[in-house]
Design a binder for this molecule. Structure first.
Ligand SMILES: [Zn+2]
Length: 413
C-alpha cells in the first residue's frame, strides 16, 4: 500500500509541474523530504521504546526478537552468543495443508512471535487433496489424485485480512499454478488481483517436478511446456506498475533421485535459460527425500555454475531433509558451509512447515530449530544475509509501516 502513496505523490508532483512549472514541483519534493526526515527522526527517537514495549507484549517464554529490531533507528548489534541461531525469516511456510484443516492463523502467528520468526511467506499448497477424499496427507492416500487449486490462496488472503496479525510481517503467496497447464495461470492471477488487489507479492511453491507426488497421479512437467510460460512470467517480472515489483517465484524441482541424481536437472535449466530475468527461488536446492546421496561436490559445482550464469537465481534452504540427509554429516556440512558463505546473498531460509491442525507449537519449533542449525556454522556476513533477513528484505524491497526499508541488524564484533 505504501508504494501507492508514493505513486500518488509523483502523480500530484507531475500535475503540479504541469500547472506551475518544475520549480513548484521541487518545493513539493523538498517539503516531502523534510517530512521524511522528521519521520526518520521520530522513528529513531522512539525505536528503543517500541522494542521494549514489543518485548513486554511477547507471549510467555518467547525469545526477545521483535520487529522493531529490524527497523531504521535500531542501533544495537546482534550478539550471536546469546541470541537465537534460528532464522528470523521463514520464506517457505505452508499455512494450508494438503487436506484437512489448518492451524488457525491467530494461533500460527502466536507460534511465530514466540519463536522470533517475524517475516514469513504464507504459502497455500499447490497440490491439494480432494475435499471429499477425507485425506490429510498425500503419502497416506496413494492413488488419490492431487490437483492444484486456488482455494487455499483465497483462504490465506481472507484469513490474513480478517485477523491481520500484529508483531509479524506476512507475505501472501500465489500457490495455485499448475505449471503443466500454463494457459490457466494468467486468468487466475487476474482473479486474485481483482479480489485482493496488490496483496499477493510472491508466487509458490509451485511444482515443476516433485517425485513424492508421483503416486498421486502427478508427473513431471513436460519440458516443452516451459516455453509456454512467457505471459505469466512476464507478468511476474513487470509488476512494477502495481505496488508489488518483480514478484519472486519459488519452484520445487527435484534434481533427480538416488538412481539418477541429475535426471530432472534439464527442466530447471530450461526455466533459467528462458526466463533469466525472473526472480526464481529454487526450493530445497533441488534436494528431496528421493535424493539423499547426491555427491556434494557435484551438487555444489552445478549450483555454482547456475548462480554464476543467472544472477536472479536464489536457493531456498528449507526442509529438514537438508539437515538430516546432508548437513548433519560434518564433512558434507563443511563443503556446503563454504559454498553458502561464498554465495551468501543468494540463499533464503525456511522451514517447509505444513500447518495441519494435528500439529502444534512443538512441531513448528522443531522445524525452525532443525532448519536453522546450519546457521550456527555460517560466518557473520552469511548469518546476517540469510538468518537475519537481509536477502529477504532486499529481494522484496520490504518496508515497515512508515515506509522505511527493513534492515538486518549488524552482528556484534
Ligand atoms: Zn514446501
Amino acid at each position: 500500500m505504501k508504494k501507492f502513496t508514493k505513486n500518488k505523490f509523483y502523480l500530484s508532483c507531475f500535475s503540479l509541474a504541469m500547472a506551475v512549472g518544475l520549480g513548484g514541483c521541487m518545493s513539493v519534493q523538498q517539503k516531502e523530504m523534510k517530512q521524511q526526515l522528521q519521520k526518520i527522526k521520530e522513528q529513531v527517537n522512539n525505536i528503543q521504546q517500541q522494542v521494549n514495549q514489543e518485548q513486554q507484549e511477547l507471549p510467555y517464554g518467547g525469545n526477545k526478537r521483535t520487529l522493531g529490531m529490524f527497523k531504521v533507528g535500531y542501533d544495537q548489534c546482534y550478539d550471536r552468543s546469546i541470541m537465537p541461531h534460528t532464522s528470523v525469516v521463514d520464506a517457505h511456510n505452508h499455512f494450508q495443508p494438503f487436506g484437512g484443516n489448518a492451524i488457525p492463523l491467530v494461533e500460527m502467528a502466536e507460534y511465530l512471535r514466540k519463536l522470533g520468526v517475524l517475516f514469513v511467506n504464507v504459502y497455500g499448497i499447490g497440490q491439494t487433496l480432494p475435499i471429499d477424499s477425507g485425506c490429510e496427507y498425500y503419502l497416506d492416500c496413494k492413488d488419490t489424485a492431487v490437483i492444484p487449486s486456488i482455494r487455499n490462496d483465497f483462504r490465506n488472503a481472507s484469513n490474513y485480512l480478517q485477523y491481520e496479525p500484529k508483531g509479524v510481517h506476512l507475505t501472501l503467496s500465489m500457490s495455485f499454478p499448475d505449471l503443466a497447464v500454463p494457459e490457466e495461470i494468467m486468468p487466475q492471477i487476474n482473479l486474485l488481483d481483482r479480489e485482493y488487489p496488490g496483496q499477493f507479492t510472491w508466487m509458490g511453491e509451485v511444482n515443476l517436478v516433485k517425485q513424492a507426488l508421483f503416486n498421486n497421479d502427478v508427473v513431471a512437467t513436460p519440458i516443452e511446456i516451459i516455453d509456454q510460460w512467457s505471459d505469466f512470467m512476464q507478468r511476474l517480472r513487470e509488476d512494477e506498475k502495481t505496488p508489488r515489483g518483480n514478484i519472486p517465484i519459488a519452484i520445487h524441482s527435484d534434481f533427480g533421485n538416488n538412481d539418477e541424481p541429475e535426471k530432472y536437472l534439464p527442466l530447471m535449466e530450461r526455466v533459467l535459460e528462458l526466463y533469466p530475468d525472473n526472480k526464481i527461488v529454487w526450493v530445497h536446492m533441488g534436494l528431496s527425500k528421493e535424493l539423499t546421496n547426491m555427491d556434494p561436490k557435484r551438487h555444489i559445482e552445478i549450483l555454482t555454475r547456475l548462480l554464476d550464469t543467472y544472477p536472479h537465481l536464489m536457493l531456498d534452504l528449507s526442509w529438514r531433509v537438508l539437515w538430516d540427509s546432508y548437513f548433519y554429516d560434518e564433512e558434507i556440512r563443511r563443503q556446503y558451509v563454504a559454498f553458502i558463505n561464498q554465495y551468501s546473498t543468494r540463499f533464503l531460509p525456511g522451514t517447509d512447515f505444513v500447518a495441519l491442525d494435528k500439529k502444534d507449537f512443538d512441531d513448528y519449533k522443531d522445524d525452525v530449530n532443525v532448519t536453522g542449525l546450519i546457521n550456527k556454522y555460517l560466518d557473520d556476513k552469511a548469518f546476517r544475509n540469510i538468518a537475519l533477513g537481509k536477502n529477504y528484505f532486499d529481494l522484496l524491497d520490504l518496508k515497515d509501516s512508515n515506509g522505511f526499508n527493513y534492515i538486518a541488524p549488524k552482528i556484534c564484533e
